[in-house]
Design a protein around this ligand. Structure first.
Ligand code: CTP
Ligand code: CA
Length: 239
């Protein structure tokens, strides 16, 4: 590679990055949300810009504003995010799904504010599954016809906690297989880990069997490692 190629590994590449957390409305004033701040997505966007990429940034709800220099689109619910991500992914070289997408939404939206009832009954909220944006794109890419339009490199983010059954990385490896994407950035989460903080520790898993990459430090440092892996995956001579 030339020196220029080494400093701008993503020159001429289009990278779509989703970030933040979706909100699923219950009524006009309430929603089901999550604690994603959007900071990791912003760090990814900055690293991709620094690497010379054109960045399409799809922002769900974030605590901080989107970075300058990106092509910005916004979404609130998972279904809106699916529309925006699918549009941004078309013609992109890579899609990085760092958004925290609600797996479920309230089955019904009540269009006036829900009141306490006089009988003091405990309310029950029924949830239904949201579409899996990433898995749908992987499936659509495989289907005849749209293959060339969708990114050859799709990167998922998985926030995992280990439990009695399996560890964080075992769950990550299983999720990488299940999702069918090329890379999965596995992130250990808990009350005081990751969400809303500046420190992070991740393991990047590759579907092609390449050795896992560990990265920890600030979200900027983690982002640099992820973008570096994206650059190597998109380089003409693979790893
Ligand atoms: N994702 C998505 N659409 C969803 C849920 C998740 O595109 N409805 C994406 C996330 O943006 C992330 C990846 O899938 O890049 C993994 O998300 P995660 O919540 O860890 O995976 P799930 O398949 O939802 O598994 P779990 O039941 O563990 O939440
Ligand atoms: Ca999920």
């Amino acid at each position: 590679d030339s020196a220029a190629g080494a400093t701008v590994p993503l020159a001429g590449k289009i990278v779509a990055i989703s970030a933040g957390g979706t909100r699923e409305p219950l009524d006009p004033v309430r929603y089901l949300g999550n604690r994603s701040s959007g900071r990791q997505g912003i760090a990814l966007a900055k690293a991709a810009l620094a690497a010379g990429a054109t960045v399409r940034f799809i922002a769900a709800h974030m605590d901080v504003p989107a970075p300058a220099g990106v092509e910005l689109s916004t979404a609130s619910t998972a279904r809106q995010l699916q529309v925006a991500v699918t549009e941004a992914a078309r013609g992109a070289d890579a899609l990085i799904m760092s958004a925290a997408v609600a797996d479920f939404r309230p089955a019904e939206y009540v269009d006036s504010k829900i009141k306490k009832s006089d009988d003091h009954a405990d309310p029950v909220i029924t949830l239904v599954r949201n579409p899996d944006i990433l898995a749908t794109l992987v499936a659509d890419r495989t289907a005849a016809g749209s293959a060339g339009e969708l990114p050859p490199l799709i990167v998922g983010f998985a926030a995992e906690t280990g439990d009695a059954e399996a560890g964080v990385l075992e769950y990550g490896a299983a999720k990488l297989k299940r999702k069918g994407c090329e890379m999965l950035v596995v992130n250990e989460v808990g009350e005081n880990l990751t969400f809303g903080t500046d420190e992070n520790s991740v393991t990047i898993l590759f579907a092609d069997g390449a050795a896992a990459v560990h990265a920890s430090g600030s979200k900027d440092e983690v982002a640099a490692s992820v973008i570096d892996a994206v650059g190597r995956a998109l380089a003409p001579a693979r790893r």
